[in-house]
Design a protein around this ligand. Structure first.
Ligand code: ADP
Length: 268
């Protein structure tokens, strides 16, 4: 069921008109391009840590008499191996989420538990960066879904908020329930996102600042995982941001009592 995209242009040649038909790329072609881009990106992302690991491993042997050097190389080996592990896990997770857009198992999930677990999973980074997480809002909200995936999604949002915030700042995680919709908002006082990049942050491998993000261990996959999880739950995600002031990512999910009959899209 491929769609043909035709670009139609009319050109004037002296007193005659020409009808130009161009770009007959089919939808199948476009999807093939997206797939090829994804694979090219994956190869690139994997090559960087693999290359570093090979170089460091080669450097270990000649440095074996120098314990300081050995320790330094070993530490960097560990960092690169962890990075490789993280990218691999995220790629597998994303592929799994993309393969099916419906949840295979959905049960009643307590939003309070999701929030508590997602915050808890970030506590090492929170302590290291000396930020404070404040959670609040409505208690007792429930949604239908996969608790593990919802924790993963919120965890990624909180991890980003921590990652892109300065020391001593506050991160808010708030829950609101209105008209059958559960809203979970993560607000930070961090670096923010330039307006021209706001529409792209959910793309796979997109980073606002490639170099800085890579140095901080970013893969550019976190937010596209969040988007897939939330959309697979019949919800959506929005972002508001102001450079130098902070960002708010808001997840919206159908509340449990409404979820059985409608998804967010159908309610609008
Ligand atoms: P990464 O692994 O690089 O964090 P994500 O997909 O999670 O990848 O995010 C994509 C990009 O969006 C990040 O590289 C960063 O530039 C930007 N970003 C995401 N969350 C925030 C935030 N809370 N504050 C500022 N920038 C953010």
């Amino acid at each position: 069921d491929a769609t043909i995209h035709l670009q139609v242009r009319v050109a004037r040649l002296g007193s005659r008109y020409l009808l130009l038909l161009a770009d007959d790329r089919t939808e199948a072609h476009r999807l093939e391009e997206v797939r090829r881009d994804f694979i090219a990106n994956i190869s690139h992302e994997l090559k960087t840590p693999i290359g570093a690991i090979s170089l460091l491993a080669e450097a270990l042997e000649p440095a074996s008499d120098d314990p300081v050097q050995v320790r330094k190389f070993a530490k960097r080996l560990e960092t690169e191996a962890q990075r490789l592990g993280r990218i691999t896990r995220e790629i597998i997770e994303l592929s799994r989420l993309q393969a099916s857009d419906v949840l295979t198992s959905a049960e009643l999930v307590d939003v309070d538990t999701v929030v508590a677990n997602a915050i808890d999973q970030n506590h090492v980074q929170v302590d290291a960066r000396m930020v404070t997480i404040v959670s609040g809002g409505e208690k007792g909200a429930q949604v239908f879904g996969d608790e593990g995936l919802l924790v993963l999604a919120l965890h990624n949002l909180i991890a980003n908020a921590v990652q892109y915030s300065g020391e001593g700042t506050r991160i808010g995680v708030g829950v609101r329930v209105t008209e059958g919709i559960v809203e979970i908002a993560v607000t930070d006082q961090g670096v923010g996102i330039p307006e021209e990049d706001l529409g792209r942050v959910f793309e796979r491998f997109f980073r606002v600042d490639q170099a800085r993000s890579r140095n901080t261990g970013g893969t550019g996959l976190g937010l596209s995982i969040v988007k897939h999880v939330i959309e697979n739950h019949g919800g959506d995600i929005r972002v508001w941001s102001q450079p130098l002031h902070g960002s708010t990512f808001t997840i919206r999910l159908p509340a449990a009592s409404h979820a059985a009959t409608a998804s967010l899209g159908e309610q609008q």
